[in-house]
Design a protein around this ligand. Structure first.
Ligand SMILES: NC(=O)c1ccc[n+]([C@@H]2O[C@H](COP(=O)([O-])OP(=O)(O)OC[C@H]3O[C@@H](n4cnc5c(N)ncnc54)[C@H](OP(=O)(O)O)[C@@H]3O)[C@@H](O)[C@H]2O)c1
Length: 308
């Protein structure tokens, strides 16, 4: 594909990748779709792009191990899932991928391939921000923005599982969904100004960025932490955070089999459930991008690569 609209996503025949020692070759059954996918496709992220076009998009996969030279963790036939190579090209929308074995974890036994493919980027973003960065625990007051989306719905559940008091923002029709996730306070951002309605948060997971970030600083208690998942922290936000006595950190998700296994464990123990709103065939990847870019998805969008 070249950068452009959804129409640039076209089927292509490419060589099957060959795994190096320590890598596995995985037959992809399903591929998760994330906002970064349509931002990359449109050429707006990252600056300079991912390299020469055309290439195969996608980072989230679930599938079956075919081979793995000198790999000890997995055997052919094992069901795995992973966030691969991010932010380098990974070719996750392809029929086969190769990546280091330690970028994969075992697929949660309770999930279909489509459900498992929905988890890696969103689940790792939630886990790494809340657990590794913000160290959310019992009683931590956490504001999750875009709480009904892919990252948000998993973040709410992970935070609740760790004993946090969770406030989530979503439009009113999604407040029932948030209640099902265990969210303590649902805020309809279309009706009220979140920056003046929510107060005294220890942690804000900012999944909106842009103009929203400055206002979200006002929801923090002194010393509280905002984790910004979109772009860099602007000088204006840095100055405002200093003036308010709050902290801001930028965040970019990383491949992480340990975090993935932790999320898988929560799923298998039914502490976290993944919600897949749309499953489309790979041939409709452009339509999947269009749906996602409308910014209204509840949970996740997944491409079924092999029809499972
Ligand atoms: N830095 C990183 O490593 C990283 C990793 C993953 C994702 N991200 C970024 O995080 C953002 C969220 O990702 P995602 O996968 O969760 O997106 P998503 O699933 O596409 O988010 C869709 C949700 O956003 C909600 N929403 C839209 N505008 C809102 C607003 N103003 N306030 C509250 N909710 C709003 C919608 O709910 P309503 O219909 O109720 O509006 C919808 O449920 C994206 O920009 C993505 O690129 C960053």
């Amino acid at each position: 594909m070249a950068a452009g609209g959804p129409e640039v996503l076209v089927p292509a025949t490419v060589p099957r990748p060959v795994p190096l020692p320590t890598e596995v070759l995985v037959r992809v059954h399903a591929a998760g779709v994330n906002p970064v996918d349509w931002k990359i496709r449109a050429g707006v992220f990252p600056p300079g792009g991912l390299g020469a076009h055309p290439f195969t998009q996608g980072w989230d996969v679930a599938g079956v191990v075919e081979s793995g030279p000198r790999v000890t963790r997995f055997q052919p036939g094992d069901e795995v899932f992973g966030l691969l190579w991010f932010p380098r090209q990974a070719g996750g929308y392809g029929e086969y991928v190769t990546a280091p074995a330690r970028q994969f974890a075992r697929k949660p036994a309770s999930l279909s391939f489509a459900e498992a493919a929905a988890l890696p980027m969103a689940g790792l973003t939630a886990w790494q921000t809340l657990v590794d960065v913000a160290r959310v625990g019992a009683g931590t007051r956490v504001l999750v923005t875009a709480a009904a989306g892919g990252v948000g719905h998993l973040a709410c559940q992970i935070a609740k599982h760790r004993g946090a008091v969770v406030t989530g923002t979503a439009s009113a029709p999604k407040h029932g969904f948030l209640a099902g996730l265990g969210v303590d306070n649902a805020v309809d951002y279309t009706q009220v100004d979140v920056s003046t309605t929510v107060r005294d948060q220890d942690v804000v997971l900012d999944l909106l960025g842009g103009d929203h970030t400055l206002g979200l600083l006002d929801t923090l208690r002194p010393g509280g932490l905002l984790v910004l998942t979109i772009g860099q922290v602007s000088p204006e936000v840095t100055r405002a955070a200093e003036a308010r006595g709050v902290r801001v950190t930028p965040f970019l998700v990383e491949p992480d089999s340990t975090g993935l296994a932790a999320v898988a464990d929560l799923v298998d123990r039914e502490a976290v459930r993944v919600h897949v709103e749309h499953i489309l065939p790979l041939a409709e990847a452009g339509k999947a991008h269009e749906i996602g870019a409308a910014n209204r998805t509840t949970g996740k969008i997944v491409l079924a690569v092999t029809g499972t």
